[in-house]
Design a protein around this ligand. Structure first.
Ligand SMILES: Cc1ncc(COP(=O)(O)O)c(C=O)c1O
Length: 408
């Protein structure tokens, strides 16, 4: 790779063949997105809030970008707020609602949310609000009757439930959840980070009050997010300061990235249907190949309500970290747990919450595909993975004949 010389550039080793199957962690920036952003790093550097025409012309591009995002999720442009990432959008929803209510809010979430939702919910609990984390079943789904029971009799309730899980790809019944929230007068926020660009999001059909998305999960750069807030939703701004985003999110707009995420929305809006077919085909071929060649392997999540690009499997009796490490040696990028949790050897909170058997919890890994994956990528994984699993099993002190869960 050619890099400008300078003290802050690391030497990047020439990579051998890379098969990138970690797209729920982050995605490659689409070349079309890069092209759209380029002028805003050069001649179009004006501040969209400036009074002069030089800034004003930039402001027009931001307006156009907001319209594109609105079209992507079927809302009005004035309901779209640009943020720095989905973590900011999630925090803005949860902390913003609590700030509006002051005291005595009940926040209901699930045990399998991303930390960007779980941590702010737990913070509210520490501040004296009531917090409930709904358990999930073996497929990673919640019990809607339990949600109803928790909402019964509440006055100020906020429900934050993800549209789809980042580790297993399990898709939640958000349309029904939105209906239940309406019935009980609760505000409903959904973390839609993993569905962006994979399945259609229409906030008229699925009437959520707030929704979060992140650019880098669907081929825009890291550092830009979307925060949808339905008109009339009771929240206070999380970021205070200037008057940007109609006073709802202070801070000078990140113009190039806003243009980038809008282009990513356009690409997804026009290409998603065909892409989902292609992703499902590749993912299912990978799943079938793994199950055929690697015994004692289970698929985690809800296979009939799952993102088209995600496959989470547990290889019993061995460690997911060891699998990821050996595949990395072959140039294959996968993940164990969420990217944010890697670095810790604790098993994923999502897999544990689903009650996956002990011998399979530690051996869980995630393959997540994107529009840039090909049949050749799947062939390569199906060639390299089975010997890795076989070798690790031979080294493992555990196995079907020596199951640690049966030790007394
Ligand atoms: C479901 C979910 N929510 C939130 C986030 C955080 O997104 P960001 O990196 O934009 O802060 C992630 C990222 O992994 C995610 O998968």
């Amino acid at each position: 790779m050619n890099h400008p010389k300078g003290y802050f550039w690391y030497n990047i080793l020439p990579m051998k063949k890379t098969v990138y199957l970690d797209n729920n962690a982050t995605t490659r920036i689409a070349p079309e997105v890069r092209d759209v952003m380029q002028p805003f790093f050069g001649e179009l550097y004006g501040n969209p809030s400036s009074m002069h025409a030089f800034g004003g012309q930039v402001s027009k591009f931001v307006t156009r970008a907001r319209e594109e995002v609105a079209q992507f999720i079927n809302c009005s442009p004035d309901e779209v707020i640009f943020t720095s990432c989905a973590t900011e959008s999630d925090n803005s929803a949860i902390r913003g609602a609590a700030d509006w209510h002051g005291t005595g809010m009940k926040v209901i979430t699930t045990a399998v949310e991303h930390p960007a939702v779980l941590q702010p919910c737990r913070r509210l609990k520490a501040l004296g609000h009531e917090e409930v984390e709904l358990p999930v079943d073996g497929k990673g789904q919640i019990d809607l009757e339990r949600l109803r029971a928790e909402l019964k009799g509440t006055k100020n309730a906020l429900v934050s439930i993800m549209w789809a899980n980042n580790e297993t790809g399990t898709v939640f019944p958000v349309e029904e959840i939105a209906g239940i929230c309406k019935e009980y007068g609760a505000t409903f926020h959904t973390d839609a980070v993993q569905v962006a660009g994979k399945i259609p999001v229409d906030v008229k059909k699925v009437p959520v009050d707030m929704l979060s998305m992140s650019g880098h999960k669907f081929h825009a750069p890291k550092g830009v997010g979307i925060f949808y807030v339905r008109r009339g939703t009771k929240i206070k701004p999380f970021m205070l300061g200037g008057h940007q985003e109609a006073g709802r999110r202070a801070g000078t707009e990140n113009v190039p990235y806003i243009l980038g995420i809008a282009k990513a929305c356009e690409l997804s809006r026009t290409g998603m249907e065909a892409e989902a077919v292609q992703l499902t085909k590749l993912r299912d071929r990978l799943e079938k190949g793994i199950l055929e060649t690697c015994p004692d392997t289970i698929v985690n999540g809800d296979r009939s309500h799952r993102l088209p690009n995600t496959l989470n499997v547990s290889f019993e009796y061995i460690e997911g970290e060891a699998i990821a490490y050996h595949l990395s040696d072959e140039g294959i990028c996968i993940s164990t747990g969420s990217a944010c949790a890697s670095g810790s050897l604790d098993p994923s909170h999502v897999i544990r919450a689903m009650g996956v058997p002990f011998i399979a919890v530690h051996g869980s890994v995630r393959f997540s595909l994107s529009r840039y994956n090909t049949d050749a990528d799947i062939d390569y994984v199906l060639e390299k993975l089975p010997p890795v699993i076989k070798n690790l099993r031979e080294l493992s002190p555990f196995g079907p004949e020596n199951d640690p869960t049966t030790f007394s």
